[in-house]
Write a protein that binds this ligand. Structure first.
Ligand code: ATP
Ligand code: MG
Length: 352
């Protein structure tokens, strides 16, 4: 069925990114709650049909690890994109500290009037393995079934729900759409593989404008980096600052690849021990050797030596996940409560 604005009742805002706003809506004809993303375009009306045709592929993106697409339409210079509502939000909102960068999406920075007191929800090896396995399966599905790569793998594009499902969203199926987005602000945390950074022009240091000059293994770098960020609670490279805009990109290209934190490494909740208690620390700091090895196979700088999806899925860390029961629904419920209490500034529940 084709969705249009008249059928939708607008509810609250779910978040905001660099290119637009995501709102919760109710689709009246079906009574389904949806997330609607508004993307402002640099208007070129000849492109609109091309974009809609390219987006059509999304109707075939039916997988337990991909956020379902319901339809898209245009109003004036915006494309509205309706998708499955994920009631846990993004893994970034649950697991990642806003690290003081200059242009964090408002969804991650403190809302007006309430100081941000949140810290990342605790996560342990088995939850991380389930996240890694879901993301890898989602990416392998996109490649094998649809013949596309994701191009924007990062924790804000991994959504969870209270059923405990972990799904990817915002993959780049439409080159036409990509070209038309009015880019007002460029993200300050790069998840791009070294070869994508090297391949883009210096004047657009952070914008990858070569839509086809890299391959699917670039997504595998971003996958590994996302897993490291989720585990650490923090983006692992130095923030891009006004004074040194290239520090982060040169660290990615020339520096040592990051990995899971050592057990004795300072964790991001430093200074909050009194509030968080011992369990919290213990649960965050134990990463199995399998997890470390898996991540290191993603974060290989030479694209041709990086793991493939087949290797990652056959890896002992993922095979351990296949064999065990993991209460992801319970984890999501606790993590959501943790995040929302932090946002309200009421202190954190004890995590155990
Ligand atoms: P960027 O603009 O750099 O891609 P982003 O991914 O955070 O950053 P959006 O894709 O616009 O930006 O999403 C903004 C926020 O909206 C997300 O971080 C997430 O918290 C929320 N969100 C997006 N899609 C959904 C959804 N389907 N269900 C629930 N929340 C969502
Ligand atoms: Mg997004």
């Amino acid at each position: 069925f084709a969705i249009n604005m008249d059928q939708l009742i607008l509810k609250h805002e779910l978040g905001r990114g660099n290119y637009g706003t995501v709102k919760m809506v109710l689709h009246r004809p079906t009574n389904v709650e949806m997330a609607m993303k508004e993307i402002r375009l640099e208007l070129d009306s000849t492109r609109l049909n091309g974009i809609l045709m390219e987006l059509d592929i999304l109707h075939r993106a039916i997988s337990p690890h991909i956020v379902e697409f319901y339809g898209a339409f245009f109003v004036e210079s915006c494309v509205y994109y309706c998708m499955e509502y994920m009631d846990g939000g993004s893994l970034a909102s649950l697991c990642c500290f806003p690290n003081g960068n200059v242009s964090l999406p408002p969804s991650l920075s403190s809302s007006p009037g309430s100081a941000w007191t949140s810290s990342p929800a605790p996560i342990n090896d088995e939850h991380l393995a389930r996240i890694a396995s879901s993301m890898t399966r989602g990416l392998a599905f996109l490649k094998d079934e649809l013949g596309v790569m994701h191009r924007d793998v990062k924790p804000t594009n991994v959504l969870v729900n209270r059923k405990g499902q972990v799904k990817l969203c915002d993959f780049g199926v439409s080159g036409q759409l990509e070209k038309s987005i009015a880019r007002t602000n460029v993200g300050c945390q790069s998840y791009m593989a070294p070869e994508r950074i090297k391949g883009s022009s210096p004047s657009h240091s952070n914008v990858d404008d070569s839509f086809t000059s890299y391959t699917v293994s670039a997504d595998i770098w971003s996958l590994g980096l996302s897993i490291v960020e989720i585990a650490r609670g923090k983006y692992p490279y130095p923030p891009e600052t006004y004074e040194n805009v290239f520090a982060q990109l040169s660290a990615i290209v020339d520096g040592e690849a990051p990995g899971l934190p050592d057990d004795d490494e300072e964790s991001p909740e430093e200074g909050m021990d009194g509030i968080l208690g011992v369990d919290y620390k213990r649960s965050r700091r134990r990463w199995s050797p399998e997890a470390r090895h898996w991540v290191s196979r993603c974060l290989v700088k030479k694209a041709e030596e990086r793991a493939s999806y087949a290797e990652l899925l056959a890896h002992p860390w993922i095979q351990m996940d296949v064999k065990r029961e993991v209460d992801m629904a319970g984890w999501v419920a606790r993590a959501v409560e943790w995040r929302d209490r932090g946002r309200r500034g009421n202190g954190h529940p004890r995590y155990d």
